[in-house]
Design a protein around this ligand. Structure first.
Ligand code: UD1
Ligand code: MG
Length: 449
């Protein structure tokens, strides 16, 4: 089957008014990635050699996202919403190039899996001219019904056009379709709009195929695969399903999660075997965690790399560009942004480390702040290998501490500190002996007056 060429036609011209959002529907994220990107990844994994994304007018942002997720994708514009078949025909030029398989998928169906698309393609390889994903929803209201007779798929009847008897059918159209490329254009061109919605229904391809003596097949799929998103509530439902899948995949890959239901993953989170994730951890996009690392409870990580055996949190925040080396410790209430922690370095409590390199084995004391921003620009801080920054210090960037240097607690460091030296940047302590009892006697004298 792999040798067959395959064009995926992704319909993304949806209006999404029921989302009540300024963002186009198919750009809403699930697992921190736009729905459209999920669908494009699935069609690619299902062996689509080419892809065309059908967008509505004024959908620059949708086209841009399509090209980000699938750089070779063609973009077709459907200027008027005249139905699903009309939308597919907006990509006529691409279809006419000739493909063995044509997959039609909706961009607001983010949970579609490559294996499900492959099953539709397999039905074509076995001789069907049209293959449709069928499913049995708890509530079939609104879906097209699959009319099967003599073990063959005869037609799809849209809900609005269906008779009472047809509406009693439970097997519904999930909206995914695979078409034999040799017949696709001829079938699509024959589709009319004489129906309840005066739309050009893609689903009519089934009856037309039968009429032309071709075979149509229904492939039964899980409801989650074809779960469409039209509202924010459905978006949240899709998120829940995706999270379950991602957690299950992580557990299967050897990740330990004590309370998986409380861990939020991104679709691109990469966790090695023997990583431990404690409860209530949130992974934003772009996080990789190497083996043996532990992410303690209530940590929040985005675009970060965590090395082998590192300990993160509890209550740690790793922001974009945090690169945490082997056996590093990032403790509670520590925020790291655009900073490299080399192997074995530590920042155990209450610190901000931004735009910096912290050398191997260096120790950043509690309450240390890397002052990286002067109100206009960001500046870098370099901390040498084995350096020690005493608690409650401020390192005012740009500044560097040499290898093995020490900074006394409570210092404000504004100048570079050479290797192996001690820097103190604080007011010298003054002690006034007997001062307290003098104060108390003065107060007592005052009261007697
Ligand atoms: C469609 C199917 C129905 C199926 C259901 C599954 C048809 C005619 N009906 O119905 O059998 O049970 O999906 O969810 O296909 N679109 C365009 N341009 C258009 C019209 C639609 O791009 O002119 C896109 C939409 O953005 C959406 C998809 O096609 O992503 C499906 O359109 P929609 O109007 O939601 O069809 P349904 O009535 O749900
Ligand atoms: Mg729909």
């Amino acid at each position: 089957m792999n040798e067959r060429t395959c064009l995926a036609v992704v319909l993304a011209a949806g209006e999404g008014t029921r989302m009540r959002s300024a963002i186009p529907k198919v750009l809403h994220p699930v697992g921190q990635q736009p729905m459209l990107a999920h669908v494009l990844r699935a069609v690619e994994a299902a062996g689509a050699t080419d892809c065309v994304v059908v967008v509505g007018p004024d959908h620059e942002a949708v086209a841009n996202e399509a090209l980000r997720a699938f750089p070779e994708a063609a973009i077709a514009k459907q200027m008027q919403r005249l139905g699903t078949a009309h939308a597919v025909l907006a990509a006529r030029d691409v279809l006419a190039r000739g493909f063995d398989d044509i997959l039609v998928v909706f961009a607001d169906t983010p949970l579609i899996r490559a294996e499900t698309l492959r099953r539709l393609r397999a039905a074509l390889a076995e001789g069907a001219a049209v293959a449709v994903a069928g499913f049995t929803p708890a509530d079939p209201d609104g879906y097209g019904r699959l009319i099967v007779a003599d073990g063959r798929l005869q037609a799809i009847r849209e809900h609005n056009d269906a008779s009472e008897a047809e509406r009693a059918i439970r097997l519904c159209n999930g909206g995914l379709m695979a078409l034999d490329g040799r017949h696709a254009l001829a079938l699509l061109d024959r589709i009319g709009n004489a129906n309840a919605k005066t739309e050009f229904y893609l689903t009519d391809a089934v009856a037309l195929a039968n009429a032309a003596g071709l075979r149509a097949a229904a492939v039964e799929v899980e409801e989650d695969d074809v779960r469409g998103v039209n509202t924010k509530a459905q978006l949240a439902d899709a998120e829940a399903v995706l999270q379950r899948r991602l957690r299950q995949a992580a557990l299967d890959a050897g990740v330990t999660m004590i309370a998986p239901d409380t861990v939020h993953l991104s679709a691109d989170t990469k966790l090695a075997a023997d990583v431990t994730i404690e409860p209530y951890v949130v992974f934003g996009p772009g996080v990789t965690v190497e083996t043996g690392a532990v992410i303690h409870a209530f940590s929040h990580l985005t675009e970060a790399h965590i090395g082998e055996g590192a300990q993160i949190g509890p209550f740690a925040r790793l922001r974009p560009g945090a690169r945490i080396g082997k056996d590093v410790k990032i403790g509670n209430f520590v925020e790291v942004k655009q900073a490299v922690f080399e192997d074995g370095a530590k920042a155990n409590h209450l610190a901000y480390i931004g735009d910096a390199r912290v050398g191997e084995g260096a120790n950043i004391g509690a309450g240390t702040i890397f002052c990286n921003y002067d109100g206009t620009a960001k500046h870098r801080t370099e901390v040498g290998k084995g350096a020690f920054v005493g608690s409650n210090s401020s390192l005012v960037a740009p500044v560097s501490l040499g290898e093995g240097a020490y900074v006394g607690s409570g210092s404000v460091i504004t100048e570079d500190v050479p290797a192996d030296s001690l820097a103190l940047g604080r007011v010298r302590q003054v002690v006034k002996e007997g001062w307290a009892s003098r104060l108390r006697s003065l107060k007592a004298a005052g009261k007697k007056k």
